[in-house]
Design a protein around this ligand. Sequence first.
Ligand SMILES: [Zn+2]
Length: 427
Amino acid sequence: MKSLMVLLLAAGSLHTVAQSLTLTERRITEKVSAELPATIELLKKTVNINSGTFNIDGVRRTGEQYAAALKELGFTIEWIGMPDSLKRAGHLVAWRKGKKGKKLLLIGHLDTVFEPSMPANPFAMLNDSTATGQGINDIKGGDVMIIAALRALNDEGLLKNTSITVYMTGDEENAGEPRMVSRGDFIERSKQHDIALAFEGATGLNTVATARRGASEWFLEVEAEQAHSSGIFGKAGFGSVYEASRIVNGFREALSKQPFLTFNPSFFLGGSTIQYDELAQKGNVSSKTNIIAPKTVVMGDLRFLTEEQKERARDTMRMIVDQHLPGTHATIHFRDGIPSMPPTAGNDSLVRVVSDVSMALGYGPVAAGDPGARGAGDISYIAANLNCLDGLGASGRGAHAPGETINLNEYPKLITRTALVIYRLTR
Ligand SMILES: [Zn+2]
């Protein structure tokens, strides 16, 4: 508790540098500071509820906590249920509608990667400015940030007549299949908004994410004539293993230097008899050293920054596949996963809003971070529909690892920044 007081004092000192804030904006920053103990209390309470994606009860109980807080702020609460076959808890949606400013979609998630079977890690202060807990950085710190920012605005009567939807999915870490079901409502609702702000972990005070890479998969099947090994390179042809190797190496030679494009062969199986399961990514093989292997299968992923980059890479890969060595035949097919969030002028314009607020608060300018540093996230499903920014949540270390932490020095600053960004966008 003593260390919390230190934090509160540190947060209180932030008004002195807020010279270019309006009077109203200064009052908002004061509210954020005044409510910090309640904010940390809510964070602690929800971090201590296990909400691993498959712990349906825990995800719902986490949602109930956030729903109660948002209801108090005048939001209408909806729970988006999932069919039983998806084995997911569903999503929390809280909305209010009005005519003022931009229509905002604020994105968090209720689930974490930590299932009840994993070692517990209850909320604990590690030192004056660092706390640990499951999902404290990814993403409960971000969820609570949304609520704390909205609460400060509500205290000042500034939510009146605004259009804001808070959307917290229950399965961000492992989305239910099919995605059209688990993300259908999310995608539809995004179309009623102008701007999406997502609260995945921040990398410090000075970068946000205007882009995230998308993910997809590829499956290569190679066939060749089976023959005695001594005939290789001659009449018997080159066999499926050399052909698959040529193709995979061809991918590397042609495409490995493109920024933001990666493709990793993760499964390579060749021999005289193979069985494999594309979905389970498992297989068996048998062969003999004196046989030219007739069958090889390779699977891998493909990560990309724009749809155009993805399509161009696929075209190049198909071309390489088609240059068969004698006596071989190969086909490749692709499967879409999560779309990318490409960098756009609209997303960049949002960085300027955040940066202006940050400068006014005395925290320095904010710029777009390296898109290659982030995986895919929920915001990517809707990036084609509206302007987007991610990485606005809590800062800390070790997301997805036991002992994950939040930086509580930066947390009040990031909450204040969020409150002022929402304020400016909804005028
Ligand atoms: Zn997350």
